[in-house]
Design a protein. Sequence first.
Length: 217
Amino acid sequence: MFDSKDQPSSGPEKPAACRRYNICKTCFQRNYTVTSAQDRPLLYGEISSFTHKPDLMLHTGSDTHGPVVAVCKFPKFSSALKVGLGNPDDSYDTQWEDMTKETLGASEYRWSMPFRRPSDGSHGRRTLVWKRTQHVTVEGVTPSKLSTRNYKLVDQWGQLLAVFTSERTYRKCGVLQVNVEYGEDFDLMVFVTCLGLYEKARRRKNKSAGGGGGGAP
């Protein structure tokens, strides 16, 4: 889907060509859209507040008619997020992972996923952390000093894998830059975890302002 290729996961890799994606949502929409740098629709992020549905569902394409490829749940009375690859309604082999808050201020969230080593066919897991930042940004994008939704994704070696920089306009939430090519599953996990963090922070902000789960992006 994203023209990515698997890379060995035994240690840090040389940086690949960066890929950039626009993350969009207006105040009145109950969805996110992910487009390429050329504005080609890639993913549609359906937002739900119903308890029987995931809080966020990523469909391929530009609307809900595309298949669900990743989901995110916000368990009640928990600071963690549960993310899954696949559609839980259609498949029993959905790959679930926990993304846990590592700091009191919700500035770091840790998650992991399996990686395949093409060189020998062996499998392993890699731990990754989304960290809030005001210093590392998408190339050429100036972050808002008032935003608390700027993140960088690093692995256990400190390698910078992806960056999300908030760029709040009427339509756009920000820009996501992926620095490595680890395959389609990795890309989907980056999207669903990043959007999950953004949506959870949006709801937290609206709740503290008395706006409930809707309202401002």
